[in-house]
Design a protein around this ligand. Structure first.
Ligand code: AVJ
Length: 319
């Protein structure tokens, strides 16, 4: 006779973080919660808006400098990309790499399996000399084991994703990356630079409201995955440049006093009118903050590239 087990309760992986974040004052939700399939799609849509300059700027820098970047990184490279998303910019580095070496391995790591599937689909057929090993993982929690990989490693952390970390977390995170690497390995990391406040503001308040929808998706996701009852029209997208802290802040602001029930947490959350949930920080850097951060994490800033407007920086750190 076949034993039938009781069905296990599959807790959504976001339960803990949502509970913790909504219990904290001021309330906050970690930005990685944006990136379910819908959020990853919305992020890609943000990158197409005229106001959101980082992706376009970084892409044009990779178009121009990918050859120099991989040459600087060294011979016989294995690529690991943290937060790969759809990996559309990475193709430029892969192309440059495959001009210099016959074969290469590429390990894209992301929390979103749908984004990785997209990455795989877009690489498919274009690079017959490339082996791709996608890894679905929350790399902020635990880095994949890199010791067993062959050759010199180049870790890519593009798009200024590092800007989502608090300064102390950024340092701790990069220290972890460095510990996973060996002497001679390298890190190519993108930083969004401090610039005109208006340019920054509009990049996170685009006229079509794509960023607002992206921000709201975190509430929609709680509704979908945890049986939440957020009224999406009762919260407003708020994003502004905090010059003192050198960061863009994004929040959801409760339009009026309300209580939101979340079924899987078995309780309601009361919001005052005007109360905010802090959903993201996006830190902006300058050359000295970049150099300091890399140095503290144990990397030597070996070389950096910027665009003509000085809006974005690609830095090569060496272990
Ligand atoms: C993917 C973290 C680089 O901070 O600019 C875009 C995410 N948030 N618009 C950023 C984001 C709002 C983005 N990063």
């Amino acid at each position: 006779m076949t034993a039938i087990n009781k069905p296990a309760v599959l807790a959504s992986p976001i339960v803990e973080e949502v509970l913790r974040g909504l219990n904290t004052r001021p309330r906050r939700l970690p930005p990685k919660l944006f990136y379910d399939a819908e959020g990853s799609r919305l992020f890609d849509e943000i990158t197409e808006t005229p106001e959101y300059y980082p992706t376009r700027t970084e892409r044009s820098m990779l178009q121009e400098f990918a050859g120099e970047m991989v040459r600087q990184a060294g011979k016989n490279l294995t690529l690991i990309e943290l937060g790969a998303g759809s990996a559309s910019k990475t193709q430029l580095l892969i192309q440059a790499l495959l001009r210099r070496q016959l074969r290469a391995e590429f390990y894209p790591v992301d929390v979103s399996s749908s984004a990785l599937q997209g990455a795989l689909a877009s690489l498919n057929g274009h690079f017959p000399r490339l082996r791709v090993g996608p890894i679905v993982a929350d790399y902020t929690h635990r880095l994949p084991e890199l010791n067993s990989l062959a050759g010199r490693k180049l870790v890519l952390f593009l798009g200024s994703t590092i800007g989502n970390f608090e300064p102390d977390e950024a340092e701790a995170f990069l220290k972890n990356v460095r510990r996973a690497l060996a002497p001679g390995d390298a890190l190519l990391i993108g930083f969004d630079l401090i610039k005109d406040a208006d340019v920054l503001h509009h990049a996170y308040n685009d006229a079509q409201g794509v960023t607002a929808r992206f921000n709201k998706n975190v509430l929609a996701r709680i509704n979908r995955e945890l049986g939440g009852t957020f009224d999406l029209d009762a919260f407003e997208h708020v994003a502004f440049w905090n010059r003192r802290k050198s960061r863009i802040e994004m929040h959801q602001e409760s339009a009026y006093e309300q209580t939101v029930w979340i079924e899987d947490l078995g309780r309601g959350f009361h919001f005052d009118r005007g109360e905010r949930i802090h959903t993201e920080n996006s830190y902006k850097f300058n050359m000295s903050s970049i150099e300091r951060l890399l140095k503290r994490a144990g990397f030597k800033l070996e070389r950096s590239w910027t665009d003509p407007r000085g809006w974005f920086c690609e830095a090569l750190g060496r272990v």
